[in-house]
Design a protein around this ligand. Structure first.
Ligand code: PAF
Length: 310
């Protein structure tokens, strides 16, 4: 299978290395030419869960024309970049190709459908923990499943879905089909709503959240509000979302959440697509979500870059 991965963040690099190791032809699209040149020159370094570091050479391009058409395109940029990268999907995909989002937050599918239509889309989530240590250097910091499925309007067949799952399994990933992928996206959102802003504000690693009662209380309150919004939206999120958050914290204990990594690197975060979405959607159903609103405002204050200390 020829696969393009859009987004050279921690997760994009991890999937690129793993899928290439699983025997696929993989191309990484990095829209920033200087970083692309560096990745071409030096390759990618992956530190395994056991602490072993290995270097891999990868095909990297900053222009989709240099990649040509692919069977599968994984969209792995930050949620706020999806709208900007989606117009390159039609040129990267073969007519029978599939575009798969494996991103955090809500709204990515809609941006991709606006550029490509819904027919050739798949959606998914990953509970893996991967920490970016430097440009092209990542650390696998937690195990977790990858769940993928057909969102409404998708015409990707069960046979095509099975072939993609097989490629991800060949890459050593614990990948499964999810019949109701929208509920799965919301289940993942409920996890990010708790872990991401609280780790970003406190600088705790995922596993440390559970042992600081004050931090865990904020996680619980944010997740409860988000669960109520999901119920009001007519979704059927998994029961006991806090127990699911705890399991992800345990499985990715050593990881810095993606939002904490963004804050430390002074990058824009995904707060709008995560807690910000809970506030917006809550409003539609007449629900107030004060904890999510406060977390959103605090993360945006950090993003302003006006903080004094390092
Ligand atoms: O955004 C993240 O960091 C990840 O989605 C997760 C699963 C919370 C692990 O850190």
């Amino acid at each position: 299978m020829k696969i393009a991965i859009i987004g050279p963040g921690a997760m994009g690099l991890f999937f690129a290395v793993r899928l290439q190791g699983g025997g696929q032809e993989v191309w990484l699209l990095d829209y920033r030419p200087e970083r692309c040149a560096r990745l071409q020159r030096h390759g990618i370094s992956l530190v395994s869960l056991e602490g072993l570091e290995s270097r891999f050479a990868l095909n990297v391009a900053d222009d989709p024309q240099d990649i040509g058409t692919c069977d599968l395109v994984l969209v792995m940029v930050k949620a706020h970049q999806t709208e900007a990268v989606s117009p390159c999907l039609p040129c990267l995909l073969r007519p029978e190709g599939v575009a798969l989002t494996l991103q955090n937050g809500i709204g990515n599918l809609e941006s991709m459908a606006a550029a490509l239509g819904p027919e050739r889309l798949l959606a998914g989530v990953t509970m893996l923990g991967v920490t970016k240590m430097d440009v092209g250097r990542i650390r696998h910091a937690g195990q977790g499943p990858v769940l993928i499925g057909q969102p409404p309007g998708s015409q990707v067949t069960a046979v095509e879905l099975t072939a993609i799952i097989a490629a991800l399994r060949q890459a050593g990933l614990d990948c499964q089909a999810a019949p109701d992928i929208i509920t799965v996206l919301w289940d993942k959102l409920l996890i990010n709503v708790g872990i991401n802003p609280v780790t970003a504000l406190t600088r705790l690693r995922n596993g440390q959240l559970m042992i600081v009662p004050e931090a865990w209380r904020v996680v619980a309150a944010a997740v409860q509000e988000a669960w109520e919004v999901a119920m009001a939206a007519g979704l059927n999120p998994s029961a006991d979302p806090l127990a699911r958050v705890r399991r992800v914290c345990e499985a990715t204990a050593a990881n810095r959440s993606s939002m904490l990594q963004d804050i430390l690197a002074r990058r824009r975060t995904e707060i709008d697509a995560i807690n910000g979405q809970i506030v917006l959607q809550g409003r539609e159903f007449g629900l107030t979500t004060p904890v999510n609103a406060l977390l959103t405002d605090l993360i945006k204050s950090l993003e302003s870059g006006l903080t004094g200390g390092d």
